[in-house]
Structures are given as C-alpha cells and as structure tokens.
Design a protein around this ligand. Structure first.
Ligand SMILES: NC(=O)C1=CN([C@@H]2O[C@H](COP(=O)(O)OP(=O)(O)OC[C@H]3O[C@@H](n4cnc5c(N)ncnc54)[C@H](OP(=O)(O)O)[C@@H]3O)[C@@H](O)[C@H]2O)C=CC1
Ligand SMILES: CC(=O)C(=O)O
Ligand SMILES: [Mg+2]
Length: 416
C-alpha cells in the first residue's frame, strides 16, 4: 500500500467521526408523549407481547433486520491473529457493507477469547438479539467447530462469511472464468494455496459444482496435503490427495486454476509460467494477493487474474455474497443458510455477470465499458441489481428447501 493510500485510509476511518457506522432512530422521540410510548410506560406493552410470544420480537423490535458481525480477531484478513480489538475496523467495514448494499442494520462485536467453547457460549447467549449472525475472521480449524455448534444452538442463520461467502463468490467467478477460458470445471486441475476457513469451504463448494477431488491439490504452510501426511487435521484431510507432489512448485505445474487463500506474494513468476495454457489465477488474499496482477499480466498474457481487492478488475470477494444472502434469508425468516441457498446465490451471480452493465456502475468504477470477459468475470459490488437478483434467489431457495419460517412476500423485490 502506498503511503498516500495508507494516509487516506487512516483519514477515512478517523474523519468526520471515528469509525464507519452509527445508530439512527426510526421513530419520533421529540415530545413527552413520544417518550411515554418509546420508553416508560409504553415500552412495557411490546415487552409483555414478546414474553408471551418470542416471535413478536420481529414485529416490535429491530431484530429481524439486525445482523451481528462477530469475530475474535484470530484471522484478520490475511494479516493473521491481530486480536479482537484490532479486527474492529474490518468488522465495522462488514457492517458498513451490510447497510450500504442490502439495507441491513449491523453491529460489530469483538470477543476477547481464542477459546472455542468460550466464544460459542458468548455468542449463544446474545444470539436472540439478532436476526442473523455473521461470523468473521476466525481462524481454522476452530471456525468449523464454532460455526457448527452455533448453527446447532441458535434458531437464526449463523454464517461464517470467510467460508461460505467466499466460496459462493469464488465458485461463481471460477465458473465464469473457466467458460471464458474454454475449460470445464470437471476437467480442471486446481491448486489451492491455503487450507483454512476460506480454502476448505471453497474447495467443498467447487466439488459440489463438479470439480473432481482428485484434481485438487491443497497446500498449507507445510506444502501439499497428501494422503499419509502426519499431523493433518480432519478438515484438511478431506482434501488429502494421493500424490507424490510435495511443494507449491510441484502442484502448480500444469494446473488450470490457482486459488490463493493464504498470504502475500507466495506465487512466483516461474510458478505462473509452469501452469497450463489459459490459466485462471485467483490471488484472493487480503490485503496483499499471492501475486500482484501487474506482475502476473507481465508474466503471461493468456491468463485471467482476480484478487480480493477493490482497486483491480475482477474482485472476487465475499462482499458480493453476504449482504444479499442475509437479505434473502432475513426476509423469509430462514432458520439457516443451507446449500440450496448458497447454490442459488452462485447461479444468480453467474447470470448477472452475463448481462449488460448499467452506466451507474461504469461511473462508480471509473471505466468506459465492462462486458463479460477476461476483465469482467463477476459483477461489481456497486451493481444495484445484485440486491434484486441474489436476495430473491436465496429467499426462494430457502422457501423451497423448507427453512423459511414466513412465506416469500408477495411481489418480493428488495430495494434500498
Ligand atoms: N477474497 C475474499 O473474499 C477472501 C479472502 N480471504 C483471504 O484468504 C486468506 C485466508 O483466510 P482464512 O481462510 O480466513 O484464514 P485461516 O487462518 O483460516 O487460514 C489460513 C490458511 O492459509 C495458510 N497459509 C498462510 N500462510 C501460508 C503460506 N506462507 N504458505 C502456505 N499456506 C499458508 C495457512 O496454513 P496453515 O494451515 O499451515 O497454518 C492456513 O491454512 C487471507 O489472506 C484472507 O484475506 C479470506 C476470506 C475471503
Ligand atoms: C474478504 C475477507 O473476508 C477476508 O479477506 O477475510
Ligand atoms: Mg474475512
């Protein structure tokens, strides 16, 4: 990051008031009578209604449009374990994105523990405040246990964004990129650098979309995860390949796809050159990708490259998923975000990319044109059609798969 961008980013967070989110009132609070309704004695009426019927909280409080973004700061972007408080700018950022793109009120909560049981107990005790819980930047393997326990214990959607949001957007981008490169997911050899929350979930979703497990080489800091390797946790074991490849250089040689969900500058020019013709490279580590796009494009000109960042073409980032997925889930009061809802989001993203791009998006991105192709494999976050396409697709999938607790609103077409 340049010194200028760093200073601009610090100023953005400090001014005009510290942070990125605030709380607004939705009802009048000007007169004594207003207060008699909002507070004592009037507030007793909705309290009694909710005590008698918990679902009344959706009618009388902001619960139904409120999502908690919860982290313990153990895997803050690709920066590592920065601790709970240092993760707050990212969590406020996720809250900003929920509001900006889907009109969802969101509050960040940073929990000061690295112990999975303590984290689970803390979140479980506050869950009923919210319509949904977005877990964020919790490192693997604890994130898997934490999410599974909270899904089991909470009756609202609990969604680990780094797993599922990332997987949905990566899958959509990859389906599109492979089509542009004239390849099939069923045949693609995929090298996945990283074996944590995002990587495991991405590879699981790619397999459910047709990728062959034996074509996937997953690597962690110790290299390729191969069958028989010692000290491999059960999540990584799912992708243990029966191979004699051991290093990234081995695994990338001849690969069609590189998915980076690991750390900065780990993919060299030599490795990139050893990939198959017309490769797809998703260098998705934030803030610094596994290879810089300018270096990758200077190395070979037949590739498609994407990053997780907003300042390059092809932003493969979970921002294209979580706001709209939660919108759809909240609007039918889904008890969970299941596989059907995730696949519906992947399809909606793929389809929208093929449509002409609205002028407002070109202005927001400061470009003259965008069309389905090597520099446009996935919609831009500023595309206002995302809300109207993804949320209904997800909500319909929730209804059809039996997790919705209210019917799809008639003529459902969410807008900001
Ligand atoms: N673009 C997007 O939308 C998203 C991008 N990401 C990015 O993905 C990365 C991982 O995030 P997440 O899965 O949440 O974190 P986790 O902590 O759960 O996983 C990190 C994984 O990366 C591996 N890793 C780290 N450094 C290296 C290295 N030098 N060589 C090989 N493997 C390495 C770790 O290996 P080991 O298991 O050996 O420790 C681990 O498997 C981050 O950079 C993050 O910014 C994440 C979510 C969304
Ligand atoms: C984008 C995101 O969630 C991450 O890098 O962790
Ligand atoms: Mg994250």
């Amino acid at each position: 990051m340049s010194e200028q961008l760093k200073q601009d980013a610090l100023d953005y967070h400090a001014l005009p008031t510290p942070g990125k989110i605030s709380v607004e009132l939705t009802t009048p609070a000007a007169t004594q009578h207003d207060l008699a309704l909002a507070y004592s004695p009037g507030v007793a009426a909705p309290c009694r209604e909710i005590a008698a019927d918990q679902d009344a909280a959706y009618r009388y409080t902001g619960k139904g449009n409120l999502v908690a973004v919860i982290s313990n700061g153990t895997a803050v972007l690709g920066l590592g374990n920065l601790g709970a408080l240092a993760s707050k700018p990212v969590m406020e950022g996720k809250a900003l994105l929920f509001k900006r793109f889907a009109g969802i009120n969101s509050i960040d909560i940073e929990v000061e523990t690295e112990d999975a049981d303590e984290f689970i107990a803390t979140v479980e005790r506050i869950a009923s405040t919210f319509g949904g819980i977005n877990l964020e930047d919790i490192k693997a393997p604890e994130c898997f246990e934490i999410e599974a326990a909270l899904i089991e214990r909470c009756d609202i959607p609990v969604f680990h964004d780094d797993q599922h949001g990332t997987a949905i957007v990566t899958a959509a981008g990859l389906v599109n990129a492979l089509e542009i490169q004239g390849k099939r997911i069923e045949d693609a050899v995929v090298t996945c650098l990283g074996a944590g929350a995002a990587a495991i979930a991405c590879m699981r979703l790619l397999v459910s979309l047709g990728a062959r497990r034996e074509n996937i080489y997953m690597l962690d800091r110790r290299g390729v995860i191969f069958q028989g390797r010692e000290g491999v946790n059960t999540y990584k074991q799912e992708f243990a390949n029966d191979t004699d490849k051991r290093s990234l250089a081995d695994a990338i040689n001849g690969a069609d796809v590189f998915i980076g969900l690991s750390g900065a500058d780990l993919l060299s020019q030599e490795m990139l050159l050893s990939m198959a013709d017309r490769p797809v490279v998703f260098a998705c580590s934030n803030p610094d990708p596994e290879i810089k796009p300018e270096l990758a494009l200077a190395t070979r000109d037949d590739l498609i490259i994407a990053t997780g960042r907003s300042d390059y073409p092809n932003q493969v980032n979970n921002v294209l998923g979580f706001p709209f997925i939660f919108r759809g889930a909240l609007d039918v009061r889904a008890s969970a975000i299941n596989e059907e809802m995730k696949v519906a989001a992947v399809r909606a993203l793929c389809e929208l990319t093929r449509e002409p791009v609205e002028p407002e998006v070109l202005v927001a991105c400061n470009v003259e044109s965008l069309a389905f192709g090597r520099d446009y494999i996935i919609p831009k976050p500023m595309d206002s059609r995302l809300l109207g396409r993804l949320a209904p697709a997800v909500a319909r999938a929730a209804v059809e798969s039996g997790v919705a607790r209210v019917a799809l609103p008639e003529g459902y077409a969410p807008t900001l």
